[in-house]
Ligand binder design. Structure first.
Ligand code: MTE
Length: 317
Protein backbone atom coordinates (compact mmCIF):
# COMPACT_ATOMS: atom_id res chain seq x y z
CA UNK A 1 0.00 0.00 0.00
CA UNK A 2 2.87 2.31 0.70
CA UNK A 3 4.62 1.08 -2.34
CA UNK A 4 2.23 0.48 -5.20
CA UNK A 5 -0.07 2.73 -7.13
CA UNK A 6 -3.44 1.43 -8.29
CA UNK A 7 -2.42 2.02 -11.89
CA UNK A 8 0.59 -0.28 -11.41
CA UNK A 9 -1.56 -3.33 -10.81
CA UNK A 10 -2.00 -5.53 -13.85
CA UNK A 11 -3.86 -8.81 -14.21
CA UNK A 12 -0.64 -10.66 -15.05
CA UNK A 13 0.35 -10.31 -11.38
CA UNK A 14 -1.94 -13.24 -10.71
CA UNK A 15 0.94 -15.51 -11.60
CA UNK A 16 0.13 -19.06 -12.57
CA UNK A 17 3.29 -20.25 -10.80
CA UNK A 18 2.46 -18.83 -7.38
CA UNK A 19 -1.06 -20.04 -7.82
CA UNK A 20 0.17 -23.50 -8.62
CA UNK A 21 2.55 -23.52 -5.65
CA UNK A 22 -0.04 -22.24 -3.21
CA UNK A 23 -2.52 -24.80 -4.35
CA UNK A 24 0.04 -27.57 -4.13
CA UNK A 25 0.94 -26.63 -0.54
CA UNK A 26 -2.67 -26.37 0.35
CA UNK A 27 -3.65 -29.68 -1.20
CA UNK A 28 -0.60 -31.31 0.35
CA UNK A 29 -1.59 -30.22 3.82
CA UNK A 30 -5.16 -31.26 3.28
CA UNK A 31 -4.03 -34.67 2.06
CA UNK A 32 -1.76 -35.11 5.10
CA UNK A 33 -4.73 -34.57 7.31
CA UNK A 34 -6.89 -36.83 5.24
CA UNK A 35 -8.98 -33.91 4.04
CA UNK A 36 -9.14 -33.70 0.26
CA UNK A 37 -10.34 -30.46 -1.26
CA UNK A 38 -13.48 -32.11 -2.51
CA UNK A 39 -14.00 -34.16 0.65
CA UNK A 40 -17.48 -34.36 2.12
CA UNK A 41 -18.36 -31.87 4.83
CA UNK A 42 -16.69 -32.46 8.21
CA UNK A 43 -18.00 -31.66 11.65
CA UNK A 44 -16.51 -28.32 12.69
CA UNK A 45 -14.68 -29.70 15.70
CA UNK A 46 -12.58 -31.98 13.56
CA UNK A 47 -11.64 -29.36 11.02
CA UNK A 48 -7.94 -28.78 11.34
CA UNK A 49 -6.76 -27.19 8.16
CA UNK A 50 -7.58 -24.63 5.56
CA UNK A 51 -9.25 -26.04 2.51
CA UNK A 52 -11.59 -28.27 4.52
CA UNK A 53 -15.23 -27.82 3.62
CA UNK A 54 -17.40 -26.16 6.21
CA UNK A 55 -20.44 -28.19 7.08
CA UNK A 56 -24.01 -26.94 7.04
CA UNK A 57 -23.25 -23.33 6.17
CA UNK A 58 -26.20 -21.62 4.48
CA UNK A 59 -26.05 -18.50 2.32
CA UNK A 60 -27.72 -15.54 4.00
CA UNK A 61 -30.05 -14.14 1.30
CA UNK A 62 -29.80 -10.61 2.73
CA UNK A 63 -26.17 -10.50 1.62
CA UNK A 64 -26.42 -12.13 -1.78
CA UNK A 65 -25.38 -9.19 -4.08
CA UNK A 66 -27.71 -10.08 -6.95
CA UNK A 67 -26.23 -9.31 -10.35
CA UNK A 68 -22.59 -9.30 -9.21
CA UNK A 69 -20.40 -12.25 -9.98
CA UNK A 70 -18.11 -13.62 -7.31
CA UNK A 71 -14.44 -13.68 -8.24
CA UNK A 72 -12.93 -17.10 -8.87
CA UNK A 73 -11.53 -18.72 -5.74
CA UNK A 74 -8.16 -19.06 -7.48
CA UNK A 75 -7.97 -15.28 -7.84
CA UNK A 76 -8.95 -14.75 -4.21
CA UNK A 77 -6.22 -17.13 -3.05
CA UNK A 78 -3.46 -15.91 -5.33
CA UNK A 79 -3.85 -12.11 -5.34
CA UNK A 80 -3.52 -11.11 -1.70
CA UNK A 81 -2.31 -8.43 0.65
CA UNK A 82 -0.70 -9.88 3.75
CA UNK A 83 2.45 -7.93 4.48
CA UNK A 84 3.62 -10.39 7.12
CA UNK A 85 4.43 -12.62 4.15
CA UNK A 86 5.80 -9.97 1.82
CA UNK A 87 4.60 -6.92 -0.04
CA UNK A 88 3.91 -8.33 -3.48
CA UNK A 89 0.48 -9.72 -4.29
CA UNK A 90 1.81 -13.21 -4.94
CA UNK A 91 3.99 -13.43 -1.79
CA UNK A 92 1.23 -14.52 0.64
CA UNK A 93 0.16 -17.44 -1.59
CA UNK A 94 3.78 -18.42 -1.97
CA UNK A 95 4.91 -18.15 1.67
CA UNK A 96 1.87 -18.45 3.96
CA UNK A 97 1.33 -22.18 3.40
CA UNK A 98 3.58 -23.01 6.34
CA UNK A 99 1.64 -20.88 8.85
CA UNK A 100 0.78 -23.10 11.82
CA UNK A 101 -2.98 -22.80 12.27
CA UNK A 102 -3.53 -25.06 15.29
CA UNK A 103 -3.41 -24.64 18.21
CA UNK A 104 -4.58 -21.03 17.84
CA UNK A 105 -6.13 -18.85 20.48
CA UNK A 106 -7.81 -15.47 20.43
CA UNK A 107 -7.66 -13.43 23.64
CA UNK A 108 -10.70 -11.21 24.12
CA UNK A 109 -9.88 -8.73 26.85
CA UNK A 110 -9.76 -5.15 28.10
CA UNK A 111 -12.87 -3.28 29.21
CA UNK A 112 -15.20 -6.28 29.40
CA UNK A 113 -16.94 -8.06 32.27
CA UNK A 114 -16.09 -11.51 30.96
CA UNK A 115 -12.61 -11.57 29.39
CA UNK A 116 -11.82 -14.92 27.85
CA UNK A 117 -9.26 -16.65 25.71
CA UNK A 118 -10.93 -18.74 23.07
CA UNK A 119 -9.49 -21.68 21.26
CA UNK A 120 -10.29 -20.87 17.64
CA UNK A 121 -12.36 -24.03 17.11
CA UNK A 122 -14.41 -23.10 20.15
CA UNK A 123 -14.73 -19.52 18.89
CA UNK A 124 -15.99 -20.80 15.57
CA UNK A 125 -18.89 -22.54 17.30
CA UNK A 126 -20.01 -19.51 19.27
CA UNK A 127 -22.70 -18.64 16.74
CA UNK A 128 -24.14 -20.12 13.54
CA UNK A 129 -21.82 -19.71 10.59
CA UNK A 130 -23.38 -18.28 7.45
CA UNK A 131 -22.25 -17.34 3.97
CA UNK A 132 -22.36 -13.69 2.96
CA UNK A 133 -21.31 -12.30 -0.39
CA UNK A 134 -19.54 -8.99 0.18
CA UNK A 135 -17.60 -6.59 -1.99
CA UNK A 136 -14.03 -5.99 -0.82
CA UNK A 137 -12.56 -2.68 -2.04
CA UNK A 138 -8.84 -2.29 -1.50
CA UNK A 139 -7.45 1.19 -0.91
CA UNK A 140 -5.10 0.53 -3.84
CA UNK A 141 -7.96 0.68 -6.35
CA UNK A 142 -9.00 -2.90 -7.00
CA UNK A 143 -11.99 -4.83 -5.75
CA UNK A 144 -13.36 -8.37 -5.56
CA UNK A 145 -16.65 -10.03 -4.67
CA UNK A 146 -16.22 -12.86 -2.19
CA UNK A 147 -18.54 -15.35 -0.49
CA UNK A 148 -17.27 -15.20 3.11
CA UNK A 149 -18.22 -17.57 5.92
CA UNK A 150 -18.51 -16.28 9.44
CA UNK A 151 -20.88 -14.73 11.98
CA UNK A 152 -21.42 -11.15 13.12
CA UNK A 153 -18.71 -9.93 15.48
CA UNK A 154 -21.56 -8.65 17.69
CA UNK A 155 -22.22 -12.27 18.76
CA UNK A 156 -18.78 -12.40 20.35
CA UNK A 157 -19.04 -8.91 21.80
CA UNK A 158 -22.29 -9.83 23.53
CA UNK A 159 -20.59 -12.82 25.16
CA UNK A 160 -17.80 -10.83 26.79
CA UNK A 161 -20.01 -7.91 27.82
CA UNK A 162 -18.15 -4.63 27.28
CA UNK A 163 -18.20 -2.20 30.19
CA UNK A 164 -19.10 1.50 29.91
CA UNK A 165 -15.42 2.25 29.34
CA UNK A 166 -15.29 0.26 26.13
CA UNK A 167 -15.56 2.81 23.33
CA UNK A 168 -13.32 1.14 20.75
CA UNK A 169 -12.13 -2.32 19.76
CA UNK A 170 -8.54 -3.05 18.79
CA UNK A 171 -7.56 -6.10 16.73
CA UNK A 172 -4.03 -7.48 16.95
CA UNK A 173 -2.79 -10.10 14.53
CA UNK A 174 -0.01 -12.66 14.68
CA UNK A 175 3.54 -11.35 14.21
CA UNK A 176 5.87 -14.34 14.32
CA UNK A 177 9.27 -13.71 12.78
CA UNK A 178 9.93 -17.44 12.58
CA UNK A 179 6.89 -18.12 10.42
CA UNK A 180 6.34 -14.82 8.65
CA UNK A 181 9.21 -13.55 6.52
CA UNK A 182 7.66 -10.10 6.09
CA UNK A 183 7.79 -9.46 9.84
CA UNK A 184 11.57 -9.39 9.56
CA UNK A 185 11.20 -6.30 7.36
CA UNK A 186 10.60 -2.87 8.80
CA UNK A 187 7.72 -2.07 6.46
CA UNK A 188 5.26 -1.79 9.38
CA UNK A 189 5.57 -1.49 13.13
CA UNK A 190 4.49 -5.07 13.88
CA UNK A 191 2.17 -6.53 14.97
CA UNK A 192 -0.45 -5.41 12.45
CA UNK A 193 -3.22 -3.75 14.42
CA UNK A 194 -6.56 -2.28 13.44
CA UNK A 195 -9.42 -0.65 15.27
CA UNK A 196 -13.11 0.15 15.16
CA UNK A 197 -15.49 2.25 17.18
CA UNK A 198 -17.64 -0.04 19.34
CA UNK A 199 -20.81 0.79 17.39
CA UNK A 200 -19.03 -0.06 14.12
CA UNK A 201 -17.88 -3.35 15.61
CA UNK A 202 -21.47 -4.09 16.70
CA UNK A 203 -22.85 -3.36 13.23
CA UNK A 204 -24.48 -6.45 11.67
CA UNK A 205 -22.24 -6.19 8.58
CA UNK A 206 -19.02 -6.60 10.63
CA UNK A 207 -18.19 -10.26 10.07
CA UNK A 208 -15.87 -12.41 12.15
CA UNK A 209 -14.71 -14.66 9.35
CA UNK A 210 -13.41 -18.23 9.34
CA UNK A 211 -13.97 -19.29 5.76
CA UNK A 212 -14.70 -18.36 2.18
CA UNK A 213 -16.09 -20.23 -0.82
CA UNK A 214 -17.56 -22.82 1.56
CA UNK A 215 -14.15 -23.79 2.94
CA UNK A 216 -11.87 -22.83 5.80
CA UNK A 217 -9.78 -19.76 4.99
CA UNK A 218 -6.48 -20.37 3.30
CA UNK A 219 -3.55 -18.98 5.31
CA UNK A 220 -2.86 -16.24 2.77
CA UNK A 221 -6.42 -14.98 3.26
CA UNK A 222 -6.06 -14.64 7.02
CA UNK A 223 -6.66 -18.09 8.51
CA UNK A 224 -7.79 -19.12 10.97
CA UNK A 225 -9.82 -16.01 11.77
CA UNK A 226 -10.03 -12.50 10.32
CA UNK A 227 -12.38 -9.56 10.16
CA UNK A 228 -14.33 -8.50 7.08
CA UNK A 229 -15.74 -4.95 7.04
CA UNK A 230 -17.21 -4.46 3.58
CA UNK A 231 -17.89 -0.71 3.82
CA UNK A 232 -14.26 0.07 4.68
CA UNK A 233 -11.07 -0.22 2.68
CA UNK A 234 -9.66 -3.73 2.79
CA UNK A 235 -6.83 -2.91 5.18
CA UNK A 236 -9.33 -2.56 8.06
CA UNK A 237 -10.13 -6.27 7.69
CA UNK A 238 -7.32 -7.63 9.89
CA UNK A 239 -6.11 -11.16 9.15
CA UNK A 240 -4.97 -13.96 11.48
CA UNK A 241 -6.24 -12.29 14.65
CA UNK A 242 -4.81 -13.27 18.04
CA UNK A 243 -6.24 -10.53 20.29
CA UNK A 244 -9.40 -8.42 20.45
CA UNK A 245 -9.14 -5.70 23.06
CA UNK A 246 -11.84 -3.29 24.22
CA UNK A 247 -10.42 0.14 25.01
CA UNK A 248 -11.47 3.62 25.96
CA UNK A 249 -9.44 5.62 23.45
CA UNK A 250 -9.17 5.45 19.67
CA UNK A 251 -6.41 2.94 18.88
CA UNK A 252 -3.77 3.79 16.28
CA UNK A 253 -3.59 1.19 13.59
CA UNK A 254 -0.37 -0.09 12.04
CA UNK A 255 -1.11 1.84 8.84
CA UNK A 256 -1.83 5.06 10.74
CA UNK A 257 1.52 4.70 12.49
CA UNK A 258 3.28 4.00 9.21
CA UNK A 259 1.74 6.90 7.32
CA UNK A 260 -0.87 9.03 9.12
CA UNK A 261 -1.43 11.39 6.20
CA UNK A 262 -2.41 8.51 3.94
CA UNK A 263 -4.34 6.17 6.24
CA UNK A 264 -6.96 7.32 8.71
CA UNK A 265 -8.81 5.56 11.50
CA UNK A 266 -12.17 5.37 9.74
CA UNK A 267 -11.04 4.31 6.25
CA UNK A 268 -14.60 4.21 4.94
CA UNK A 269 -14.71 3.63 1.19
CA UNK A 270 -15.31 7.11 -0.20
CA UNK A 271 -15.01 8.08 -3.88
CA UNK A 272 -15.06 11.77 -2.86
CA UNK A 273 -11.94 11.65 -0.69
CA UNK A 274 -8.81 10.91 -2.67
CA UNK A 275 -5.83 9.11 -1.31
CA UNK A 276 -3.03 11.73 -1.28
CA UNK A 277 -1.32 9.86 -4.12
CA UNK A 278 -4.28 8.70 -6.24
CA UNK A 279 -7.98 9.11 -6.88
CA UNK A 280 -10.50 6.87 -5.14
CA UNK A 281 -13.30 7.71 -7.61
CA UNK A 282 -13.10 4.40 -9.48
CA UNK A 283 -11.82 0.87 -9.09
CA UNK A 284 -10.96 -2.15 -11.16
CA UNK A 285 -12.91 -5.28 -10.28
CA UNK A 286 -10.36 -8.06 -10.67
CA UNK A 287 -11.14 -9.98 -13.84
CA UNK A 288 -12.77 -7.01 -15.59
CA UNK A 289 -11.14 -4.69 -18.10
CA UNK A 290 -12.83 -1.35 -17.63
CA UNK A 291 -13.19 0.54 -14.40
CA UNK A 292 -16.25 0.85 -12.20
CA UNK A 293 -17.27 3.88 -10.24
CA UNK A 294 -16.51 3.42 -6.57
CA UNK A 295 -19.61 3.70 -4.41
CA UNK A 296 -19.78 5.61 -1.15
CA UNK A 297 -19.32 3.14 1.71
CA UNK A 298 -18.64 0.59 -1.03
CA UNK A 299 -22.37 0.45 -1.77
CA UNK A 300 -23.38 -0.25 1.84
CA UNK A 301 -24.48 3.32 2.60
CA UNK A 302 -28.07 2.37 3.32
CA UNK A 303 -26.88 0.13 6.13
CA UNK A 304 -23.98 2.14 7.59
CA UNK A 305 -24.35 5.85 6.76
CA UNK A 306 -26.17 6.51 10.04
CA UNK A 307 -23.02 5.52 11.95
CA UNK A 308 -21.36 8.65 10.58
CA UNK A 309 -24.27 11.12 10.66
CA UNK A 310 -22.99 14.66 11.23
CA UNK A 311 -19.34 13.71 10.74
CA UNK A 312 -17.14 15.47 8.21
CA UNK A 313 -15.93 12.51 6.13
CA UNK A 314 -13.15 14.61 4.57
CA UNK A 315 -11.71 15.13 8.03
CA UNK A 316 -12.43 11.69 9.43
CA UNK A 317 -11.07 9.74 6.48
N1 MTE B 1 -4.10 -8.21 7.78
C1 MTE B 1 -2.83 -8.41 8.13
N2 MTE B 1 -2.57 -9.02 9.31
N3 MTE B 1 -1.79 -8.02 7.35
C2 MTE B 1 -2.00 -7.38 6.16
O1 MTE B 1 -1.04 -7.01 5.47
N4 MTE B 1 -3.66 -6.52 4.57
C3 MTE B 1 -4.98 -5.89 4.48
C4 MTE B 1 -6.09 -6.80 4.99
N5 MTE B 1 -5.69 -7.45 6.23
C5 MTE B 1 -3.35 -7.15 5.76
C6 MTE B 1 -4.40 -7.61 6.59
C7 MTE B 1 -5.30 -5.42 3.14
S1 MTE B 1 -4.41 -4.08 2.58
C8 MTE B 1 -6.29 -5.97 2.38
S2 MTE B 1 -6.78 -5.27 0.90
C9 MTE B 1 -6.97 -7.22 2.80
O2 MTE B 1 -6.41 -7.76 3.99
C10 MTE B 1 -6.84 -8.24 1.69
O3 MTE B 1 -7.49 -9.45 1.99
P1 MTE B 1 -7.37 -10.67 0.96
O4 MTE B 1 -5.91 -10.75 0.55
O5 MTE B 1 -7.84 -11.88 1.66
O6 MTE B 1 -8.23 -10.32 -0.22
Amino acid sequence: MLIRRASDIVPSEVTPESLFRARRTWLGRAALLGVAAAAPALPLASVMAQGARLAGVKPNPHYALAGEKTNPVTEFRSYCNFYEFGSSKSDPAQYAGTLKLRPWTVAVEGAVLKPRTFDVDELMRLAALEERVYRLRCVEGWSMVIPWVGFPLSALIQQVQPTGQAKYVEFTTLADRAQMPGVRSGILDWPYTEGLRLDEAMHPLALLTFGAYGEMLAPQNGAPVRMVLPWKYGFKSAKSIVRIRFVEHEPRSAWMKANPTEYGFYANVNPNVDHPRWSQASERRLGEFGKRKTLLFNGYGEQVASLYAGMDLQKFY
